[in-house]
Write a protein that binds this ligand. Structure first.
Ligand code: T1G
Ligand code: NAD
Length: 685
């Protein structure tokens, strides 16, 4: 394997070109090669200046995250930057694409930064639970002002080329031939005195009070996110300490945060999301089918949101209903959802018109005949869905992908209603479909690899995080959710109140607890499924039968005074639960919050283990991604399977054994995979 840095000299200007796919991450090998290039440029008398360029989809994507937690290998990134900063000749960064984290820190160690139109400059470390650890908290404030730098580091979003120039991060914008412009700029700098290194440009910090005002806005985040507190402190050090000392403190903070379980969890999420995108057991080179037109059956809660996803991605979509009235209702709901975005200023009227122009309404399934992909989102009834797939088999064009948005039902049964089961799969969106990121792509027994690849790629085009799952009742997310829902019922009967159950999860990091979530989605959805499957939930059933469907009826587990979004505890519900508990012969007791939390989360983890055993999910990380993007599981814990591993499966197995013994519920016994991993002292990953 050749060096990841190519070194050329022409007319006294050296050009070091980084070529280290996939993203030129600052691995030990790349750092060493970069340091070598700087040394060569420094020592070579023919060389008057050095340009650092790169090839590939990024300039430098930052530190090699996979090296975190391992002993640092010299030269480290700060050592490479010190080499660049101490070079007696101008060093110019020629940035054609993303320069993120350590990548931007290397660029800020250079004398100047020349940007191509595709340049993206950012410090996203906050998303990994850390802070920039190679001088970013000292050099960015000196280039763009401390307040703006604080925003850049705590938001974690990159700046486009023009904005980066405006902010002071970039010096020259090269509309074309970036390396030529950078070479000319380097030659120009070589004619004059070398500008002082960025690290010494204290005058760039800007007024202290402006910085403190910006820091004050972050107080709430700083209280719960250690990396935000660390970033604020480190930038403040730029005002209070000599730069060398501030750099050393930054580095110490960096190593402290890298060890923090929250950062380990966020790094797990980073790689799990990328792994989940690779659908297991698909032959390499499987090509997705072309998708130029779509159709959505049903313009209800989900159908409308799914149609918006297609229009938002620029794909013409036909929404098909049973009759004109239902269609008009559905299209009106779509338009009013867009209008609300225009009112909020997150969408222009022009964009609204353009998206509505991509959405066409129709009545009758025959009009699905032109679509490359058809997503069925009609009532959750198997008979109706099989009828629809049999019709689609007749009217859909050859090669069209036939997808169901069912939440629970058996896709194999729907496929069996057609003569083309290879084209049938599940595309399970989450409500609201135009907002939630998760897409469970359900592989049925006969689904063809290219159909699966088509659904996954389409998912990414629609801005979703696709995760491949197998066929079972509720797939991955809802199947695990059912275990939690069962415990909610038990906990309420045994003595907990809805607000206590919800508090346990919101304090764990979920934005909403199960009772509030049920009220938001509508308690009748679960009731209809239980009716269809003959299952019972004494408390939830009683609420529905009392007309308490949730927010849509102004009361559910909570009371929603006139239009309120947040529910208030309702003594009537507490009384109802006590009555039902008495009828069920359940003795009530005060349940500690810690037990409530474990009874909500551990049975889900246990079900996750069964899902892995059955191959319904290919990797524990896939389950984590499902819960992060579909159910609001807090990212800084890494998702249910990572969290369980970090906590220790032996303790979890013991807790589950205890719950099974206390309740007599055998389904709470540790699943074989969990018991095995616990005995081996290992995690799921
Ligand atoms: N380290 C290691 N691997 C990385 C990586 C990184 N920084 N970035 C990407 N990869 C891998 C990724 O796992 C995948 O691998 C492949 O590259 C393509 O990635 C000292 C401490 C750059 C915008 O946070 O945001 O610098 O799955 O699918 O969609 O202060 O990757 O193919 O095997 O995402 O084109 C800060 C992280 C690090 C940026 C490209 N940097 N990367 O997106 O491709 S911390 C980041 C990204 C730091 C310093 C600190 C994106 C991307 P595989 P991909 P993409
Ligand atoms: P909904 O009741 O809001 O809408 C269903 C729509 O389908 C209705 O407008 C109805 O007129 C239409 N319809 C019925 N038969 C039809 C036919 N033959 N042709 C065309 N349209 C027909 O239901 P929903 O909540 O949008 O659920 C739809 C599907 O999505 C279900 O399978 C459900 O399980 C699944 N789902 C729902 C949610 C959710 O949170 N609501 C989340 C994920 C998946």
């Amino acid at each position: 394997m050749g060096s990841p840095v190519r070194f050329d000299v022409a007319e006294g200007i050296a050009v070091a070109t980084i070529v280290s796919p996939p993203v030129n991450a600052l691995s030990a090998a790349l750092r060493a090669a970069l340091a070598e290039a700087v040394r060569r440029a420094t020592d070579d008398p023919r060389v008057r200046a050095l340009v650092i360029a790169a090839e590939g989809r990024t300039w430098i994507a930052g530190a090699d995250i996979s090296e975190f937690g391992k002993p640092p290998v010299s030269p480290t990134t700060p050592e490479v930057i010190a080499l660049i900063e101490s070079c007696p000749k101008p060093v110019v960064a020629a940035i054609h694409a993303a320069a993120l984290g350590g990548g931007l820190e290397v660029a800020m160690g250079c004398t100047a930064r020349v940007l191509g139109p595709g340049a993206r400059l950012g410090l996203p470390e906050v998303k990994l639970g850390i802070l920039p650890g190679a001088g970013g908290t000292q050099r960015a404030p000196r280039l763009m002002g401390a307040a703006a730098a604080l925003r850049l580091m705590t938001e974690g979003e990159p700046l486009k080329a023009e904005a980066a120039i405006e902010a002071g991060l970039g010096d020259v914008l090269a509309e074309d031939d970036l390396v030529m412009v950078a070479t000319a700029h380097a030659a120009h700098l070589a004619e004059g005195a070398l500008p002082k290194p960025v690290a010494q440009r204290d005058e760039g910090l800007g007024p202290r009070e402006t910085f403190e005002a910006e820091a004050a806005k972050l107080a709430k985040r700083a209280a719960t996110e250690p990396q935000v507190a660390a970033i604020i402190q480190s930038v403040r050090n730029a005002y209070e300490l000599p730069v060398a000392e501030a750099l050393a403190k930054e580095r110490a903070l960096f190593f402290e945060l890298v060890k923090d379980p929250r950062s380990q969890a966020l790094r797990h999420v980073f790689f799990a999301e990328r792994e989940a995108a690779k659908i297991a057991n698909i032959p390499a080179g499987t090509k997705p089918r072309k998708v130029e037109r779509a159709a959505v059956l049903g313009a209800g809660t989900m159908g409308g949101g799914i149609a918006m996803c297609f229009a938002n991605a620029g794909i013409p979509v036909r929404v098909i209903e049973t009759d004109q009235a239902a269609l008009d209702r559905g299209l009106a709901r779509i338009r009013s959802t867009y209008a609300a975005s225009v009112k909020r200023g997150s969408l222009t009227q022009q964009a609204l018109d353009a998206r509505m122009a991509l959405i066409e309404g129709a009545v009758g399934l025959d009009s699905a005949n032109e679509a490359d992909v058809i997503v069925e989102a009609v009532f959750e009834e198997m008979g109706l869905k099989k009828e629809i797939f049999a019709t689609l088999d007749r009217v859909a064009k050859p090669g069209a992908v036939l997808a169901s948005n069912t939440s629970y039902l058996d896709i194999d049964e729907m496929a069996a209603a057609t003569t083309r089961p290879g084209d049938v799969l599940g595309m399970h969106f989450f409500s609201p479909a135009n907002v939630m990121k998760l897409l469970e792509v359900v592989r049925a027994k006969h689904t063809a690899p290219d159909a699966l690849a088509t659904a996954a790629e389409l998912g990414r085009k629609l801005g979703k995080v696709p995760v491949a799952v197998g066929v079972c009742f509720g797939f991955v997310g809802n199947r695990m959710l059912a275990r939690r829902t069962a415990q909610v019922e038990r906990l309420l009967l045994e003595g907990a109140l809805p607000e206590q159950v919800d508090k346990a999860l919101t304090e764990f990091g979920f934005r909403m607890g199960p009772c509030a979530m049920g009220d938001l989605a509508g308690l009748d959805i679960g009731w209809r499924i239980r009716q269809a499957t003959g299952k019972k939930a004494p408390v939830a059933d009683a609420l529905v039968e009392a007309g308490r469907l949730g927010q849509k009826t102004g009361k559910g587990y909570y009371l929603y005074p006139e239009g309120a979004r947040a529910g208030v505890p309702d003594p009537e519900v507490a009384a109802m639960i006590e009555r039902i508990a008495a009828q069920e012969g359940v003795t009530r007791r005060a349940i500690p919050q810690e037990e409530i939390l474990d009874r909500l989360l551990l049975p889900m983890v246990n079900e996750g283990a069964r899902i892995l055993e059955e191959g319904i999910a290919a990797r524990p990380g896939d389950i984590d991604v499902v819960w992060l993007h579909g159910y609001g599981w807090p990212a800084w814990t890494g998702g249910p399977m990572h969290w369980a591993g970090a906590r220790g499966l032996a303790d979890i197995a013991a807790r589950l054994e205890g719950f099974a013994a206390a309740s007599g519920d055998e389904s709470l016994r540790p699943a074989p995979l969990l018991a095995k991993r616990a005995a081996e002292g290992r995690a799921f990953g």
